[in-house]
Design a protein around this ligand. Structure first.
Ligand code: MG
Length: 201
């Protein structure tokens, strides 16, 4: 069986990186970590937050978005990411029986691989698939791996669930990431679990 894992919000906690970069780019923001993530997990976008609460103009927002994309994968920000507790032994255990993959919408394959290597994870995965903003996740998987209806895609966003469904795979949504249960239900995954660790393969 093939199991495809999203990276950010699924295997690793990227919320501090995103919140801290938001604070750095929007110094006038008074949102706490929790308040920021309550908004984000409801599916409220940066554009909505910035135009709504901080009266950003279109140009002001575009500047923010550009800076975000330029900085979000710089090593000093990626250094804030942490694997979720218990995830490394969990992956080592299921690797005994299944083929594991990471499929991520990161911009940089090089930085993604360097980070995954820093967690000691390169040997756990058959392949690391990075879209680099060049293609959709489902196209990348389709071109890289022969998938089956009993394979799984595990992720924390609607896009992840849609990707698995497009490829005819089973899908599991996790609540450790960027969307809350009410949002994830809308995408009708086969399973919703608190944490990737709760999945039994
Ligand atoms: Mg994610």
């Amino acid at each position: 069986m093939n199991i495809f894992f999203d990276l950010d919000g699924t295997l690793i906690d990227s919320r501090p990186r995103m919140y801290q970069l938001f604070r750095a780019l929007v110094p006038e923001s008074t949102l706490s970590f929790d308040a920021y993530w309550i908004l984000k997990r409801k599916g409220i976008s940066h554009r909505e937050i910035l135009t709504g609460q901080y009266s950003y103009s279109d140009i002001h927002y575009k500047n923010f978005e550009q800076a975000w994309m330029e900085k979000i994968e710089l090593p000093q920000w990626l250094a804030l990411d942490r694997p979720f507790d218990g995830i490394t032994p969990f992956l080592s255990g299921i690797k005994e029986k299944h083929k594991l993959y990471i499929v991520t919408a990161r911009q940089s394959t090089q930085e993604a691989r360097a980070q995954i290597n820093s967690f000691g994870w390169l040997g756990l995965f058959d392949s690391i698939l990075v879209t680099e903003n060049k293609q959709e996740k489902y196209v990348l998987i389709q071109e890289s791996v022969q998938t089956n209806t009993f394979d799984w895609l595990v992720g924390d966003t609607g896009k992840d669930i849609a990707t698995g469904k497009k490829l005819g795979m089973r899908t599991a949504a996790v609540l450790t990431g960027f969307l809350n249960r009410e949002r994830l239900v809308m995408y009708n995954p086969d399973l919703i679990v608190d944490h990737a660790l709760d999945l039994k393969f």
